[in-house]
Design a protein around this ligand. Structure first.
Ligand SMILES: *[C@@H]1O[C@H](CO)[C@@H](O)[C@H](O)[C@H]1NC(C)=O
Ligand SMILES: *[C@@H]1O[C@H](CO)[C@@H](O)[C@H](O)[C@H]1NC(C)=O
Ligand SMILES: *[C@@H]1O[C@H](CO)[C@@H](O)[C@H](O)[C@H]1NC(C)=O
Ligand SMILES: *[C@@H]1O[C@H](CO)[C@@H](O)[C@H](O)[C@H]1NC(C)=O
Length: 430
């Protein structure tokens, strides 16, 4: 009985996923990086259509070396995913990889079960600044990305928020190096990260622009491309209110919408699935920390959020839309934007009163609340971690619902080893 259910699950999966073995063999020929790494066509086909990194036929082998010069070998039983448990995954677990996460009021569901959005932010998978040369695509062998998926899976994380899978503007390594030009080379790393998440049964939340000017680009690239001058790095931009042009100038909004349209229509070279159709992607976020008032340019206008989420939903009707505004501004009508599924806030420091206030607002608006980043390391003077976690748990439990027993939250942030396995890659050397 169990076996036949498993087989039924497998056959349903292979129906749902494009790419027969022959197709995958051709793919492998075109992508020497996979065969160089010892991934066979049969294995890749298994990842795409079958149970992923579980005992199976052929049996799962970590796709990276488990010894490095005889020392510091990753422990395969720790780094290889345990998404569905150490033995056979259940049919339900298999099917979840092909299902979209949906929203029911204030809750998320996957295959009719509550979906707990919990995990890390891993911002560097499309392009990394913490390696030499800075920036570079994360890994020629993809070992870093696969390891991160294994770590998240072993932590029982369900979700990764992944900035550089959507934010990629303004330098030669970007998806959009110059206006209207899309660089297919930049898509290799992004496509691979999405494949890797799929293999491990992890869902992705992807911001589409950044409020700041970091190495991967953001709203200021679009502003500059339209002939408006500015200068500066990160959040220190002159003139300080120049960011408002991103929302109030039709030509700039059009340019951003053209990027979104290109990106969501992109077909993943490893899976053959267009981003807009991929159940691995749970949600698109209109941006990262958009228009924090502390930087003088006001919250993202609700009309703009409605338009961007409307576009996302017209392209990808099965995906959710996250309002990328940094925090809550109910007086602007932010919570009245019906196209938004998820509202979020970030916490530097961890601030319980602010979290509970935002949570109450989303419950009243019948939408999902997300603590989309929070200060895991305690770099800012904060409530103690255990108090934050306990209150986060209770806020979910006693917030007027019975299904959600944990606040949806994604911590900042997660790094693993470098490509050679033995050294940790550290964020800005910290
Ligand atoms: C690898 O990890 C597993 C699970 O934590 C542990 O039981 C095992 O002893 C570890 N193996 C090595 C070689 O460290
Ligand atoms: C596309 O990306 C590759 C490598 O990532 C780079 O060498 C090339 O110059 C880029 N092309 C453009 C038009 O920027
Ligand atoms: C757009 O924002 C800029 C910068 O704050 C401002 O100078 C300009 O007047 C605004 N334009 C419109 C049409 O509101
Ligand atoms: C948002 O909707 C609520 C309820 O319909 C309404 O009372 C409020 O005035 C609206 N806010 C704005 C700024 O439009």
């Amino acid at each position: 009985m169990l076996l036949s259910l498993v087989l039924l699950g497998l056959s349903l999966l292979s129906l749902a996923i494009p790419g027969d073995l022959e197709h995958v063999e051709r793919l492998i020929e075109r992508l020497p990086v996979l065969s160089d790494h010892g991934i066979t066509a049969r294995q890749l086909h298994g990842y795409l259509s079958g149970p992923g990194p579980f005992p199976q036929n052929p049996s799962w082998e970590p796709p990276y070396p488990t010894t490095f010069d005889g020392y510091c070998a990753p422990n395969a039983s720790q780094t290889v995913g345990t998404f569905a448990g150490p033995t056979w995954p259940s049919v339900t677990d298999l099917l979840k990889r092909n299902e979209f996460v949906t929203r029911q009021g204030t809750q998320l569901e996957l295959l009719g079960e509550p979906f707990r959005m919990v995990g890390p932010c891993v911002y560097w998978m499309g392009l990394d600044e913490n390696v030499i040369p800075d920036p570079s695509y994360p890994s020629k062998t993809r070992a870093r990305v696969l390891e991160i998926m294994g770590i998240v899976s072993a932590m029982r994380g369900t979700t990764i928020r992944a900035h550089t899978l959507g934010i990629s503007f303004g330098n030669a390594l970007s998806v959009e190096p110059t206006p209207g030009v899309y660089n297919q080379t930049a898509y290799e790393a992004i496509d691979f990260a999405i494949l890797a998440a799929r293999i491990y049964g992890i869902k992705l939340m992807i911001p589409l622009v950044d409020n700041y000017n970091w190495y991967h680009g953001g709203k200021y690239q679009f502003i500059g491309w339209n002939g408006i001058e500015w200068s500066g790095t990160g959040a220190a931009i002159t003139p300080p209110d120049v960011g408002a042009y991103f929302y109030n100038t039709t030509a700039i909004v059009d340019m951003f919408e053209a990027y979104i349209t290109e990106h969501l229509n992109h077909v993943n070279q490893f899976t053959g699935i267009a981003y807009k159709d991929d159940p691995t992607i749970m949600a698109w976020e209109t941006g990262n920390e958009l228009s924090a008032v502390i930087y003088n340019d006001g919250p993202a206008p609700p009309e703009w959020t409605a338009e961007i989420c409307g576009l996302i939903k017209s392209l990808a009707p099965n995906h959710l839309c996250v309002d990328g505004t940094y925090g809550f501004y109910p007086e602007t009508g932010q919570l009245n934007v019906t196209e938004v599924d998820i509202f979020s806030d970030h916490f530097y420091p961890r601030d319980i009163a602010r979290m509970q206030a935002g949570y109450a607002l989303t419950q009243a608006a019948d939408r999902v609340y997300l603590a989309g980043e929070w200060d895991w390391c305690g770099a800012f003077s904060s409530f103690r971690l255990c108090i934050w976690l306990t209150v986060a748990r209770r806020t979910g439990q006693y917030g007027g619902d019975t299904i959600q027993d944990w606040l949806y939250s994604l911590f900042w942030s997660l790094f693993g080893h470098d490509d050679k396995c033995c050294l940790y890659v550290e964020h800005n050397g910290k």
